[in-house]
Design a protein around this ligand. Structure first.
Ligand code: GDP
Ligand code: MG
Length: 304
C-alpha cells in the first residue's frame, strides 16, 4: 500500500479580454463571491488571489485584468500587471468566447490576437477555455476551436458556461491534475490574501459601477479610510471615499438632494454585511481628483 500522500499545488492565471467571464469563472471555482463581476469591462483592477484548498491540493487563482492594446497610462498599468502574471505561474487559462462574423464564420478578435501573440512566446502550460457556450449552438464551436488551435499550442481545450456552472467541475479536475506536486502556500482558511478593507472598497466600487452610467465608472476609485472593528457589538465602522475625476461626475454620484449617494451607500452596506457577515456602519465621501487615471503619481497613491 502506498501511504505517501502527494499534495499538488500551483498558481493558475486567468487571462482574457475584458468581459469574457474571468471573474465569473473564478467565482464558480471558489463558490464564493470574492472577485467582483460586472457587465462593464475592466472591473477587476487589482489582481485578486482566490485560493481553493482541498485535502490533497491547493490552487491559487489569479484573476487578472484583461490584456489589450493599451493607450492611456492607466490601461498600460493593467496590461503590465497581467503580463507579469504570465511569468511565474504554473498554468494559464486563456478565456475566450465564440465570435462569429455576420456570415457565420468564426474569427479571432484583435484583442485575442494580441494575447495569442504573447502566449506563443510563453513556456507556461496553457489551456484554452471557451466560455459562454450557453449562448451558441454547440456545432458552431468546432470550427471556432480549430481556428484557435491553429494559432497556439494548448495542452487542453474546454468548453464551459461559467454563468450556468456548466463544465466547471470537469475543468477544475484537469487543473488539479496538471499542477506540480508541491507545498501548501497558504493556510487552509485563507480564501483570499486581500484584506477585508480591500474587499469593502471593491464592493463600493461595484455599486458605483452598477448605479451610474457611461464615463463615471471608468474614472472611479474607492479608498477605505477607516475600518474599525467593534467585536462586542459585532459591528465594523467604515469611512470610505469615492474618488472621481471631474466636478460633473461628483454631481452624478451625489445625485439630487444626495439621493444617489444614499442609494450607493445602502447597497454597499448590504453587500459588505453579506460578505463579512457582520453589521456595518458605513459613511461615504466623494472627492474630485482631477485626471487621476492619467497620473502615475496618483495611481500609486490609490494603490494601483
Ligand atoms: P471579466 O471582465 O472577464 O472578469 O468578465 P466578468 O466575469 O465580469 O463577466 C462579464 C459579463 O459576462 C457578466 O455580465 C457575466 O454575467 C457574463 N458572463 C460570464 N460568464 C458567462 C457565461 O458563461 N454565459 C453568459 N451568457 N454570460 C456570462
Ligand atoms: Mg473581472
Amino acid at each position: 500500500m502506498n501511504d505517501v500522500k502527494i499534495f499538488s499545488s500551483g498558481f493558475v492565471s486567468l487571462i482574457g479580454r475584458p468581459n469574457v467571464g474571468k471573474s465569473t469563472l473564478m467565482n464558480a471555482f471558489l463558490g464564493e463571491k470574492l472577485s467582483i463581476t460586472s457587465n462593464k469591462p475592466q472591473t477587476t483592477r487589482n489582481m485578486i488571489k482566490g485560493i481553493l484548498t482541498e485535502s490533497d491540493s491547493q490552487i491559487v487563482f489569479l484573476d487578472t485584468p484583461g490584456i489589450h492594446d493599451a493607450k492611456a497610462v492607466f490601461n498600460k498599468k493593467i496590461v503590465d500587471e497581467a503580463l507579469v502574471a504570465l511569468e511565474h505561474i504554473d498554468l494559464i487559462l486563456f478565456l475566450t468566447e465564440p465570435n462569429f462574423s455576420k456570415s457565420g464564420k468564426p474569427f479571432v478578435t484583435q484583442e485575442d490576437a494580441y494575447i495569442l501573440e504573447r502566449l506563443k512566446k510563453s513556456n507556461v502550460t496553457k489551456m484554452l477555455i471557451v466560455n459562454k457556450i450557453d449562448m451558441v449552438d454547440k456545432v458552431q464551436l468546432l470550427p471556432f476551436i480549430d481556428l484557435y488551435k491553429s494559432e497556439c499550442d494548448f495542452e487542453d481545450i474546454f468548453m464551459v458556461s461559467a454563468l450556468e456552472n456548466d463544465g466547471v467541475d470537469n475543468l477544475l479536475g484537469s487543473i488539479r491534475k496538471s499542477l506540480p506536486d508541491s507545498v501548501k502556500y497558504f493556510d487552509e482558511d485563507y480564501i483570499t490574501d486581500r484584506p477585508e478593507r480591500f474587499l469593502a472598497a471593491e464592493i463600493i466600487r461595484e455599486k458605483v459601477f452598477k448605479m451610474t452610467s457611461k464615463e463615471v465608472p471608468y474614472s472611479t476609485a474607492v479608498m477605505v479610510e477607516t475600518f474599525k472593528e467593534k467585536p462586542k457589538q459585532n459591528l465594523v465602522v467604515i469611512d470610505a471615499t469615492i474618488i472621481i475625476e471631474k466636478d460633473s461626475q461628483k454631481g452624478i454620484i451625489i445625485g439630487k438632494g444626495g439621493k444617489m449617494l444614499k442609494k450607493i451607500g445602502a447597497e454597499s452596506r448590504r453587500g459588505i454585511e453579506e460578505l463579512l457577515n457582520i453589521r456595518v456602519f458605513l459613511k461615504l465621501f466623494v472627492k474630485v481628483s482631477k485626471n487621476w487615471t492619467k497620473s502615475e503619481v496618483k495611481l500609486k497613491e490609490f494603490g494601483y
